[in-house]
Design a protein around this ligand. Structure first.
Ligand code: COD
Ligand code: ATP
Length: 177
């Protein structure tokens, strides 16, 4: 079975994916594959943007949809090739794929999609140590095409509450086979 976990920044995708990884699912994090693909295309990125520092690039591309598109045109072909390879080597196994922009990437190999959602103020609170608020706003704007699909998990409350929602979903998934 292939589960895809999607959702906006800091909604809890990794936490949800880890739940399935702890139950024997192989875990593929598309953000991580993006970082590997970024490294593999460093020269091109440096020539295009004048820097290949990820944090610098984040500031440039999240502020400008056209520049984000340009970065994606460099990174996504490699990233999707890496994803295909990861899926090939795990063929037949239970897999959980974490991918914020699942739909934009056209990932269509999933039996089940889980979308994690939460309120903007919760997202901002979770990110306040990691990012400045303007960057969070920009990232959320660049993620406005991420819409709820499949099983929707609302993650505004405690980790215990999330765990309990996940236990129920897991039992339903297992019952369906
Ligand atoms: C822009 C980059 C350089 C920023 O790197 P950095 O390490 O600073 O941040 P990180 O990768 O953790 O991303 C921060 C947040 O933005 C989200 N995000 C990343 N890329 C995108 C994108 N193209 N569209 C919308 N959201 C994105 C991430 O899911 C995460 O929530 C990097 O994210 C990147 O190369 N993105 C393009 C590849 C991509 O689309 N990755 C997302 C796969 S789901
Ligand atoms: N219900 C919750 N209660 C408290 N903290 C939570 C809850 N869910 C997630 N978190 C915390 O919020 C942060 C973001 O969660 P997580 O990394 O799972 O989100 P994500 O969607 O994978 O983020 P990113 O888009 O940055 O990859 C983490 O520090 C996580 O421990």
């Amino acid at each position: 079975m292939v589960i895809c976990v999607t959702g906006k920044i800091a909604t809890g995708k990794s936490t949800v994916s880890q739940f399935f990884a702890q139950r024997g699912f192989e875990y593929i994090n598309v953000d991580k594959l993006g970082h590997i693909a970024f490294e593999m295309n460093k020269e091109n990125i440096k020539q295009t943007f004048g820097t290949c520092d990820r944090k610098e690039i984040a500031k440039i591309v999240f502020a400008d949809p056209q520049k984000l598109k340009l970065l994606e045109s460099i990174v996504h072909p490699t990233m999707m090739r890496l994803l295909k390879d990861e899926l090939e080597t795990r063929k037949g196994k239970d897999i959980v794929i974490e991918a914020a922009i699942k739909r934009r990437l056209g990932i269509d190999c999933c039996d089940i999609t889980i979308t994690v959602v939460c309120d903007k103020k919760v997202i901002k609170e979770r990110l306040k140590e990691r990012y400045d608020e303007d960057l969070v706003e920009e990232i959320l704007e660049r993620q406005s095409d991420i819409e709820p699909e499949g099983i929707v998990i609302e993650n505004n409350s405690s980790l215990e509450e999330l765990q309990s929602q996940l236990e129920k979903i897991y039992q339903q998934i297992k019952a369906k086979g």
